[in-house]
Design a protein around this ligand. Structure first.
Ligand SMILES: NC(=O)c1ccc[n+]([C@@H]2O[C@H](COP(=O)([O-])OP(=O)(O)OC[C@H]3O[C@@H](n4cnc5c(N)ncnc54)[C@H](OP(=O)(O)O)[C@@H]3O)[C@@H](O)[C@H]2O)c1
Length: 280
């Protein structure tokens, strides 16, 4: 690819060991980024990705940091390590996140707390950390990975949807605050994408599985391609894939009372599930 706005830039990507994060790393290099800072819990995956990237582009700089973003002490340790190495990314991709599929009343409180910490607290903390250096340079890109789940009341994904509503809202407000600063904030709102997300969100021994209709699933390569293009053009929000974008635009224009009425049609499932669990 010829020169792009990301040529020669550095990018910190959270959740780079799998799915969309790994894809961001691979594509940002094609867009000309020359320094990647990759973080996740699985060090072996990060090192494998680093080796793959360096085999193709020996001149690339890739730094890997293992961190559990659910632990605030680990987030602080990550930030210290980045500061010690004078790393100030031009691009921040706040991608790490996960869901929990099932009713709230049967959820594991520890998993819920970890979700709030990763999807909300770590994303917020890393943004706050990265911003001052971007402001000095008067240049930067922040991509926060929200979800279309944040636009809907999503029974069975209640807390996850709420964390993504936070990401969507935070990104929009931050974008306004940074207008004219040279820093662009883009919220990525994917619909269903085939990654490890469904497996991680599913609960052990649960019949409920993450199985979105195939026509709504967008390839992770296309999601990241559309997102980088949106970021390069300074767009505030991207919902990749027409089959997801169109229904979501419709959903956003539906009055709340009608949305509630439609979702209430599914409430019988939850009642039955509760009765079944009382019987067993
Ligand atoms: N796939 C979808 O259908 C979909 C739809 C809408 C939005 N999203 C969002 O897209 C983002 C990427 O998800 P994905 O689909 O690529 O899922 P994925 O394949 O499961 O990847 C999730 C990434 O997040 C990292 N992560 C999870 N918990 C972490 C923790 N405690 N500390 C550090 N890193 C952690 C994982 O790394 P380690 O396990 O190695 O730590 C992994 O690299 C998420 O924010 C997700 O909510 C996904």
């Amino acid at each position: 690819m010829s020169s792009t706005v990301f040529t020669g830039k550095s990018a910190l990507i959270t959740g780079a060991s799998a799915g969309l994060g790994e894809e961001f790393a691979r594509q940002l290099v094609q867009w000309g980024a020359t320094h990647l800072i990759l973080t996740a819990r699985r060090a072996d995956r990060l090192l494998k990705l680093k080796a793959d990237l360096l085999a193709k582009l020996p001149g690339l700089r890739v730094d890997t940091f293992t961190a559990d973003l659910a632990a605030s002490a680990d987030v602080a340790r990550l930030i210290d390590a980045l500061d010690q190495q004078n790393i100030a990314p031009d691009i921040l991709i706040n991608n790490a996140g996960f869901g929990d599929l099932g009713t709230f009343e049967t959820s594991d409180p520890a998993k819920i707390e970890a979700m709030l910490a990763v999807n909300i607290a770590a994303l917020t903390r890393l943004t706050r950390w990265a911003l001052p250096a971007m402001l000095v340079k008067r240049s930067g890109w922040i991509c926060n990975v929200g979800s279309t789940a944040g636009l809907l009341p999503l029974p069975s994904f209640a807390v996850y949807g709420a964390t993504k509503a936070y990401v969507n809202s935070f990104s929009e407000a931050l974008r306004v605050e940074l207008h004219g600063s040279g820093i662009f904030v883009t919220a990525l709102l994917p619909g269903p994408v085939e990654t490890e997300f469904g497996q991680v969100a599913s609960r052990a021994n649960s019949r409920r599985q993450f199985a979105p209709p195939a026509f709504l699933c967008v390839d992770k390569g296309d999601v990241v391609r559309e997102t980088l293009d949106a970021m390069a053009h300074g767009k505030g929000r991207i919902i990749p894939g027409l089959p997801v974008r169109l229904p979501m635009l419709l959903v956003e224009s539906v009055p709340r009372w009608l949305l509630r009425f439609i979702f209430n049609l599914t409430s019988g499932n939850f009642r039955r599930e509760r009765q079944d669990s009382i019987k067993t």
